[in-house]
Design a binder for this molecule. Sequence first.
Ligand SMILES: [Zn+2]
Length: 233
Amino acid sequence: MLVVGTGGLGCPVAIALARAGVGTLGLADDDDVDVSNLHRQILFERKDVGTPKTVAAARALRELAPGVAIEVHETRLLPTNAVDLALRYDLVVEGSDNFATKFLAADAAHLTKKPIVHAAAVRWHGTALAVGPGGKPCYRCLFEDVPRENAPNCAEAGVIGPMVGVIGAAQADLALSVLGGDDVFGTLFTFDGKTLASRRRRIASRPSCELCGEANVIRSVDGARYAPVACDL
Ligand SMILES: [Zn+2]
């Protein structure tokens, strides 16, 4: 499995998948551990501050699950590497913190016919969604395209630490279900951290979707499509 983003969501997801004994875990991230990450990015300790997240996460995961092969990709998911990275794995687990990476991961997974499990957590709100290999509905059926304006800034929006534990666990659960052959695709899981209310609802595919719709608009990953903007929801 390829884990895109080794942050608040990537940490609990990687722990759960490694302890479940998945054969190979790839970690893709270009960020270093910051002291402000430690309350929610539970693979890291104070001594890891300044270390690349993928390197620190790999070290911790090898301790937790020596039988699992951990592959470090010390890079952000980019239009130049996304398809190659997706092709190397059976499933993509996307818990990145920005829209550009989320849409790029969605497109790369779709084009390579790999299943993908998306997740996001902002403030007290979290979501998780599994999409089948080349399947519909997809992430773009729900969110259409990278927002060009009025997207909340991650640093300002923030996330409550325990939220990423809940959503990360749900995301890992979906990933293991996909590996087990269960049809969990196309159901959006949402969780409200204030009321502890969770909800599941089927989402509909959009015939006009640029990724999975009939027009088949997106046939490759084009860098211009993923202009970096602020934050996810
Ligand atoms: Zn779609």
